[in-house]
Design a protein around this ligand. Structure first.
Ligand code: PMP
Length: 296
């Protein structure tokens, strides 16, 4: 599903066949989840393939690595170029791109001397589908910001996400909504959360969540549209009187939420601020930004 016998991926400076690429089973990342990754989307635009916020994603990858003491000796502009090359070699335009920095064999709990970087890409439809989601509040909370570097996109953090999503699906919901360790609204297992009440949008503040690149884009779009958006700490009970809500993330894009724990939001999605932002977001990602040729 993710690759076939012709697919190429990028591994440590070379393009190699995905089916031939291999890694060491003693990698510290495999055993301890000690690695960092990104999720990026490319879109087909009038001017060819455009990787949305490519630089921002690679900057976050660098920042994630540095926050957890993983050496990162790559040049962000070069990584952006490599990603365009990877898409071209695989004939991909609308695609999801997954860079992963993983560590050498090391069974001790010490920082690695050497790391590898791999980048792969595949065609991936909207991660959470295109129907409004039925959520349930997870029994798991997000990792405590004093236990991990919560603002880093670290492989191991995603055990929490997998537990929360699996629980929600087992209970018949589409996805989980995860609170922070103090019981405030935090985020989805793989997306940031917004809700609307009386014409104002609210979103959890940074600190206990992944600083989403889509979240930042939505805040910018909201500002352009003249919307009032408040960032802060919000209790889940606030959702009982909210009008509408949505998730946003690179893989999920902007997707409406129908209900949380069977409480339905009263505002029709088509009349919500989320829908306006969804439309603006989908226009924006298909407008080519800074083309890389200007970097070369
Ligand atoms: N929160 C979590 C936990 C995520 O995994 C993601 C996806 N990277 C997001 C939020 C959204 O981040 P972005 O918009 O940068 O994809």
């Amino acid at each position: 599903m993710y690759y076939d016998h012709k697919t190429l991926l990028y591994l440590d400076g070379k393009f190699v066949k995905a089916s031939d690429a291999s890694t060491d089973l003693y990698s510290q990342t495999l055993h301890y989840g000690y690695g960092v990754f990104e999720g990026i989307r490319a879109y087909k635009t009038e001017n060819g393939t455009s990787i949305f916020k490519a630089k921002e994603h690679y900057e976050r990858l660098k920042n994630s690595a540095e926050l957890i003491n993983i050496p990162f000796n790559y040049n962000v502009d070069e990584l952006v170029q490599v990603t365009y090359d990877l898409l071209e070699k695989n004939n991909l335009s609308d695609a999801y791109v997954r860079p992963l920095v993983f560590c050498d064999p090391n069974m001790s709990l010490t920082q690695p001397n050497n790391v590898s970087l791999m980048i792969c890409a595949w065609e991936w439809g909207a991660y959470l589908g295109d129907q409004q989601l039925r959520l349930s509040v997870a029994s798991y909370c997000r990792p405590h910001p004093r236990s991990v570097k919560i603002e880093a996109k670290v492989c191991g953090h995603y055990v929490n996400s997998i537990l929360a999503t699996t629980e929600a699906k087992r209970n018949g919901f589409d996805e989980a909504l995860v609170l922070d360790s103090d019981g405030y609204l935090a985020e989805g297992p793989g997306a940031n959360f917004f809700f609307e009440k009386d014409g104002v949008l609210y979103t959890p503040q940074l600190g206990n969540i992944l600083p989403g690149i889509t979240r930042a884009t939505v805040l910018e779009l909201g500002e352009k549209l003249g919307l009032e958006i408040k960032q802060g700490l919000f209790r889940p009970e606030e959702l009982k009187t909210a009008d509408s809500a949505f998730y946003c993330g690179t893989a999920a894009e902007v997707i409406g939420i129908e209900s949380v724990d069977e409480t339905k939001f009263p505002l029709k999605w088509s009349n919500s601020l989320g829908k306006k932002l969804q439309d603006e977001y989908s226009k924006l990602v298909r407008t080519s930004e800074l083309k890389l040729s200007t970097v070369n």
